[in-house]
Design a protein around this ligand. Structure first.
Ligand SMILES: C[S@@+](CC[C@H](N)C(=O)[O-])C[C@H]1O[C@@H](n2cnc3c(N)ncnc32)[C@H](O)[C@@H]1O
Length: 363
């Protein structure tokens, strides 16, 4: 099967590297990584990919300029493995630079094509994680139809039981840790930890805990679901879990955020490797540290207040650690330079509707 790991623009290379570590060679394209495989690769990638949004199965690709052509060609796609009378389906279409641009009409025609192909009227749903979600993409009159093997987005690991304002998505937190090169051998600190996402993801990376063990996936409802294969892949993964031997610390000025972080780390099963404290820029002295963080910024904070926080972050890191790698998010270079004039931007991506750069300072 042709498979596709959807990754947010700016994150694709990190996802490709993760695939490589699973022994899968992929091709990076805007918005994700193309690769090939069977059920084993679908299970493995859904279980292990930390930075991706979802894993899609490419069902078919064809050119269509008229609705009749769309129905005719779409009805020839291999639907039968994924469409059953019990499973409701959700079809979502997008279109760019194509003659067929009315997405509701495209969705309606694809539903008609499925009905022709399987011989019954499938039930429909509006929830992506309820049944089979079908993604139809038109670009330059080329139609690509995919089945979402993940169900709910992969960042929903199932451990976030308590939220704070502006939490970072779990897959972005993991992407920051992976890109930093931290592998569990040096202390890691997040001085603005909020609900604890970065330290929790770091603990899972350091301990080799796969991110997908506590959730359901859409592929589990397919006719061809191989429970034995899935259980063996999971069992194999859990054998690789190891202890984290270095401190992973999270600090926040807000006590409710710290409570949320503690509770989330318990649900994630990593509480013995992380420690959260209600402190602001505490006194620390490690020879070496990785500081990975998502400082407060946003429309409601003035530049003056935010720049002070970024300046404090720079001072605190230089004072606390002899050698360090500091990775942080900033909505612009001016603010990033408040941390240090020597910042380097590694990549940028969308974080909750705001474009942010991921910056690095090293000493
Ligand atoms: C953008 S949020 C971090 C969200 C976090 N990454 C998550 O996933 O939940 C920024 C955090 O910085 C905290 N904060 C603001 N000023 C602070 C300070 N001076 N010292 C410590 N924490 C501070 C806020 O309470 C907030 O939780």
């Amino acid at each position: 099967m042709k498979l596709f790991a959807v990754a947010q623009p700016g994150i694709e290379e990190i996802t490709a590297q993760e695939l490589k570590e699973l022994g899968i060679e992929g091709k990076v394209v805007p918005g994700g990584v193309e690769f090939e495989g069977g059920l084993r690769e679908i299970y493995l990638t859904n279980l292990w990919l930390r930075s991706a949004n979802r894993v899609l199965v490419r069902l078919c690709t064809f050119r269509a300029k008229h609705f009749a052509e769309l129905v005719r060609k779409a009805s020839k796609c291999p639907w039968s493995e994924f469409i059953t009378p019990e499973l409701p389906i959700k079809i979502r279409a997008t279109s760019r630079h194509s003659k067929l641009y009315h997405t509701k009409a495209i969705e309606e025609r694809v539903l008609r094509a499925i009905k022709e192909a399987v011989g019954f009227e499938p039930q429909t749903t509006t929830y992506e994680d309820e049944g089979t979600s079908v993604i139809v993409r038109f670009e330059n009159d080329i139609c690509t139809i995919s089945i979402n093997s993940s169900g709910a987005l992969l960042h929903k690991r199932g451990y976030r039981v308590k939220d704070v304002e502006a939490p970072l998505r779990e897959n972005l937190a993991a992407a920051m840790v992976l890109l930093s090169g931290w592998r569990g051998d040096v202390p890691l600190i997040d001085p603005f930890c909020g609900s604890g996402t970065i330290p929790i993801e770091a603990a899972m990376i350091g301990a080799n805990v796969p991110p997908g063990t506590r959730r359901e996936f859409a592929f589990m409802k397919w006719k061809n679901f191989d429970r034995e294969l899935w259980e063996s892949i999971k069992e194999e993964a859990l054998k690789r879990v190891k202890e984290v031997k270095v401190p992973i610390l999270g600090f926040d000025i807000d006590p409710t955020a710290v409570e949320a972080a503690v509770e989330n780390s318990r649900t994630a099963g990593v509480e013995r490797w992380v420690e959260f404290k209600n402190l602001s820029f505490p006194k620390l002295s490690f020879e070496k540290a990785f500081v990975i963080t998502n400082p407060p910024y946003g429309v409601r904070l003035s530049f003056k207040n935010t720049s002070l926080i970024y300046r404090q972050l720079g001072h605190w890191v230089r004072k606390s650690f002899k050698e360090f790698k500091l990775l942080f998010l900033s909505p612009n270079r001016r603010l990033a330079r408040e941390v240090s004039p020597e910042v380097r931007m590694l990549t940028y991506f969308d974080n909750g509707g705001i474009k942010v750069g991921l910056y690095l300072v090293e000493a």
